[in-house]
Design a protein around this ligand. Structure first.
Ligand SMILES: NC(=O)c1ccc[n+]([C@@H]2O[C@H](COP(=O)([O-])OP(=O)(O)OC[C@H]3O[C@@H](n4cnc5c(N)ncnc54)[C@H](O)[C@@H]3O)[C@@H](O)[C@H]2O)c1
Ligand SMILES: [Fe+2]
Length: 386
C-alpha cells in the first residue's frame, strides 16, 4: 500500500512569520487577497498590523470579518459574494480553524462553482481552488496544513466534510506570537484537540511512516508543554512549542486520518453547540481506554513518544501510563465533562443513539484501531457524561 503525502508549498514558522504575508503572496504572483477572519480576531492589534503591512507593500486587500465558530453555509455564501464582487485573486485566513475552513470553502466555490453540498465526502476534490494563505491564531486545529474543510449546512445542521487537495492551503504562516493572548480555557481545549489529532493520526488505520514521524513529534511537543501554557500563558517557549506541535499534528492527520474521537465529537458539537476542540477534549481519555486493547503496541508507542514510559517498558506498562496520564492532564487542565459543561442528562441520553449513528456514518470510527458497534458508542457517550 502506498501513502499520498501533500503539504502546503510553503510553511513559514516562528516569531514574526505573519509579517511575511505580503512577500509570500508576491512570491505566488498574488496581489488582491480577500482577508477572512472573525469579529474577535478583527479587533486584535495584530490583525490591524497584518493589514497595515499588506497595504504598505502596495497590496489592496479586502476584508471579510463575519466568520462564525464552526462555519456555516450561510457565512460561506456571504464571503463568496464578497470575493466575487471584489474581484480578488486569493484568500488569506487569519484566525482559528473556523476562519481558515471558511476561506478554504470560499476558495473552492470561487474556483469550481456550485454549493458546498456538492463537494462533501465521499467526493474528493483535488483540482486546485483559489490560493489560500493561512495564518493561524490558535494552536489547535492544524487546518493551516490540512486538506479538509468542515462546513455546517445552515438549513439541516449537517456537518459537511470536504476533502481533497483543493482544500490544502498554498502557504501557512505559523507565528506563535498571535496565540500569546489566548485565554486559558481556549488554550487548554485547542491544545488537547491538537494532541487528539496527533494520537488519532498515529493509531489510524491509514497511518504511514511519514505521518507517524510527524505525529510522534507532535505528541511529544504538545504533551511536554501544554500544562505550562495553561498555568503560565505568557511562557513564550511553551507557546511556540505547542503552536509548532499543533501544526505538525495537522500535517500528520491530513496525511493519515482521524478516528473515533472525531467521529463521536462531531455530533456532540452539532447537537449541543460544544466547540470542536472542547468536544474532542471531552472524549479523548475514555475513547483511548476503550481502544487500547485492539492496538496495544501503537498506543504504547504514543506513551513512549510523550515521555510517559521508558523505551524498554512493556506495552502493558506503557498503555496503563497513557490512560492514567491523560486523565491526570484533564484534571489539571480542568476539562469539563458534558455534565460539567451544563448539558442536561435527559437530552444527552435521548440523543446518544442518534449521535452514535451519526458518528458511524461519518466514517472516522472505521479507521479506529477498535471499530465500535453503535451500542458501544452509546455506552461510551454514557460513560463520558460525568
Ligand atoms: N480543516 C481541518 O483540518 C480542521 C481540523 C480541526 C478542526 N477544524 C475546524 O476548526 C474549527 C475550530 O478551530 P479552533 O479551535 O482553532 O477555533 P475557532 O476558529 O472556532 O475559534 C474559537 C474562538 O477563539 C477565538 N480566537 C481565535 N484566535 C484567538 C486568539 N489568538 N486569542 C483569543 N481568542 C482567539 C475566536 O475568535 C473564537 O471565538 C472548527 O470549525 C473545526 O471544525 C478544521
Ligand atoms: Fe479536529
Amino acid at each position: 500500500m502506498t501513502a499520498s503525502i501533500a503539504l502546503p508549498h510553503v510553511i513559514r514558522v516562528g516569531s514574526g512569520a505573519s509579517a511575511e504575508l505580503a512577500g509570500t503572496l508576491d512570491s505566488f504572483g498574488l496581489s488582491r487577497p480577500l482577508v477572512v477572519t472573525d469579529p474577535f480576531v478583527a479587533g486584535q492589534p495584530f490583525f490591524q498590523e497584518i493589514l497595515d503591512l499588506l497595504k504598505k507593500a502596495g497590496l489592496s486587500p479586502g476584508v471579510f470579518t463575519e466568520t462564525v465558530p464552526d462555519p456555516t453555509t450561510a457565512v460561506v455564501d456571504e464571503a463568496l459574494r464578497a470575493l466575487r464582487e471584489g474581484g480578488f485573486d486569493s484568500l488569506v485566513a487569519v484566525g482559528g480553524g473556523s476562519p481558515i475552513d471558511t476561506a478554504k470553502a470560499v476558495a473552492l466555490l470561487g474556483a469550481h462553482g456550485g454549493r458546498i453540498r456538492d463537494y462533501r465526502a465521499p467526493v474528493v476534490t483535488d483540482a486546485p481552488a483559489l490560493p489560500v494563505v493561512a495564518v493561524p491564531t490558535t494552536a489547535g486545529s492544524g487546518s493551516e496544513c490540512t486538506r479538509y474543510s468542515i462546513v455546517t449546512d445552515a438549513e439541516t445542521g449537517e456537518k459537511m466534510f470536504c476533502t481533497g487537495l483543493a482544500m490544502l492551503p498554498r502557504a501557512a504562516l505559523v507565528d506563535f506570537e498571535l496565540t500569546m493572548g489566548m485565554p486559558r480555557r481556549l488554550t487548554a481545549d485547542t491544545g488537547v484537540h491538537a494532541l487528539t489529532h496527533a494520537i488519532e493520526a498515529f493509531v489510524s488505520a491509514r497511518a504511514n511512516p511519514v505521518s507517524d514521524g510527524l505525529a510522534r513529534e507532535a505528541m511529544r511537543t504538545i504533551f511536554a508543554h501544554l500544562r505550562t501554557v495553561y498555568a503560565d500563558p505568557g511562557d513564550r517557549e511553551a507557546r511556540e512549542a505547542v503552536m509548532v506541535g499543533a501544526t505538525q499534528a495537522g500535517m500528520a492527520f491530513s496525511n493519515s486520518g482521524v478516528a473515533l474521537v472525531h467521529g463521536m465529537s462531531r455530533p456532540v458539537s452539532a447537537h449541543f453547540g460544544v466547540a470542536h476542540g472542547l468536544a474532542n477534549a471531552m472524549l479523548l481519555p475514555a475513547v483511548t481506554e476503550f481502544s487500547v486493547p485492539s492496538a496495544p503496541a501503537r498506543y504504547a508507542d504514543c506513551a513512549r513518544a510523550m515521555g510517559l514510559a521508558a523505551s524498554d517498558s512493556t506495552d502493558g506498562e506503557a498503555t496503563g501510563a497513557l490512560v492514567w496520564e491523560l486523565r491526570l492532564l484533564y484534571q489539571e487542565l480542568e476539562v469539563p465533562t458534558p455534565r460539567g459543561y451544563g448539558i442536561e442528562a435527559e437530552r444527552w441520553w435521548e440523543l446518544a443513539p442518534l449521535m452514535a449513528e451519526q458518528a458511524l456514518a461519518s466514517g472516522s470510527p472505521a479507521d479506529n484501531p477498535r471499530v465500535p458497534t453503535a451500542e458501544e458508542i452509546v455506552e461510551l457517550y454514557h460513560y463520558v457524561y460525568g
